[in-house]
Design a protein around this ligand. Structure first.
Ligand SMILES: C[S@@+](CC[C@H](N)C(=O)[O-])C[C@H]1O[C@@H](n2cnc3c(N)ncnc32)[C@H](O)[C@@H]1O
Length: 364
């Protein structure tokens, strides 16, 4: 049985609006104190005060890296808090809470992240960049002449590891701030970089170190080729762009190519996109869509997930996730049947029709 002094410490941790906000900000990933200070708009001493209470209660843990502290939710501490409520009130902890692991993330979501990360690392390091199907291979005919011309100037190593299923490069990028979600080895980032020009900026976010290492390798070469440098790559998850340092209303155009299907938390993705876009800003993304809700056994199959089929949304699911996150509507700019080109994968996904679509939505 938890002792009453410890229980008071735990409950005190939740007894302040700022501390609740801090816990919400730490829900999915570790955050630098610098990010918390900006998000909460409080002073350093106030943040330290709240962090001390949260750390004393064992709910949050901190580590020092360079001049900054980094904080995350302690899984054990959070579970202890749930257990304390259950013990004191005589209720049992809800099933859903028991399943939460890894910084508030459910087992299933965590498994999907790890599976996708592993899939794309293997691909980059061990499989010579070859996917098992043709789903994430945008045919050259789907590219505009302008994109084709720019892509031809991009190093082979990047083009050979381009896993886009469409061409989410809208017109009018000159001078714009563009954010590419799941940029991989950076093909679309470098194309957008040329189009955004010296007064624009292109930021690529990806969670995979091996993909980002290839993208980073060519930054100077591409800057020399284009004659200006406007590219940044950031390691991060597209469900938590705040942790990657992307501020509210700071982006003109969000692009993404064959990535959102890989996310286990699409609601967070669309909510983050809305947060980072300026008013009137544009989301322009290519992805794989399914003609019906994808069944669980396909959704959790590592090969089908990695090949961008397992997590594909139906338009019903997409509409719902957009509606929940305040999007008024969208336009399907182009749609073509996805080419699978692998008999085993075709067998495993029999009965589902997949399309590769490019979709546009404006933040009103
Ligand atoms: C199919 S590849 C597409 C890469 C790139 N857009 C392209 O066209 O070449 C998917 C990429 O998304 C990244 N990714 C998948 N899920 C992610 C997530 N939740 N957060 C950040 N990156 C993610 C993977 O690491 C991988 O680089």
């Amino acid at each position: 049985m938890i002792d009453s002094h410890t229980a008071v410490k735990i409950f005190r941790a939740f007894d302040d609006v700022n501390r609740i906000r801090i816990l919400q900000l730490l829900r999915d990933s570790e955050k630098c104190a610098c990010v918390l200070l900006e998000d909460l708009r409080i002073g350093q001493s106030t943040l330290s005060h709240h962090m001390k209470i949260l750390c004393d209660a064992g709910i949050v843990k901190g580590r020092k890296d360079g001049k900054w502290m980094y904080y995350s939710v302690s899984e054990a501490g959070a579970q202890r808090a749930v257990k304390a409520i259950a013990e004191i009130t005589g209720l049992s902890a809800p099933e859903g809470d028991k399943r939460e692991t890894k910084k508030g993330m459910s087992d299933k979501k965590h498994e999907i992240y790890e599976s996708v990360k592993q899939y794309y690392s293997d691909l980059t390091l061990n499989k010579g960049g070859q996917l098992a199907s043709s789903v994430c291979c945008c045919p050259v005919s789907a590219l505009s002449d302008q994109v084709k011309k720019i892509a031809a100037e991009i190093p082979d190593e990047i083009n050979e590891r381009y896993y886009g299923c469409g061409s989410p490069i809208p017109d009018g990028l000159s001078g714009r701030t563009v954010l590419d979600l799941g940029c991989g080895t950076g093909r679309d980032v470098y194309v957008a970089s040329k189009l955004a020009g010296p007064t624009g900026e292109v930021i690529g976010v990806d969670m995979n170190d091996d993909q980002l290492a290839v993208a980073e390798k060519y930054k100077d070469e591409m800057a020399d080729k284009w004659g200006f440098s406007n590219v940044r790559f950031i390691k991060g998850r597209i469900e938590d762009l705040a942790a990657a340092g992307i501020k509210d209303g700071s982006v003109d155009v969000v692009i993404s190519n064959c990535v959102i299907n890989l996310s286990p938390d699409k609601e967070k993705v669309f909510s983050e996109i809305r947060r980072v876009l300026k008013e009137g800003g544009m989301l322009y993304f290519s992805d794989i869509f399914a003609d019906k809700k994808v069944p669980e056994e396909i959704n959790s199959h590592p090969l089908l997930l990695g090949e961008c089929l397992g997590g594909a949304m139906s338009y019903g699911e997409f509409k719902e996730v957009m509606r929940k996150n305040g999007w008024d509507g969208y336009e399907v700019v182009s749609s073509r049947q996805a080419c699978i080109g692998n008999a085993e994968i075709e067998r495993l996904t029999e009965g589902i029709k997949y399309t590769s679509d490019t979709v546009k939505a404006i933040k009103m």
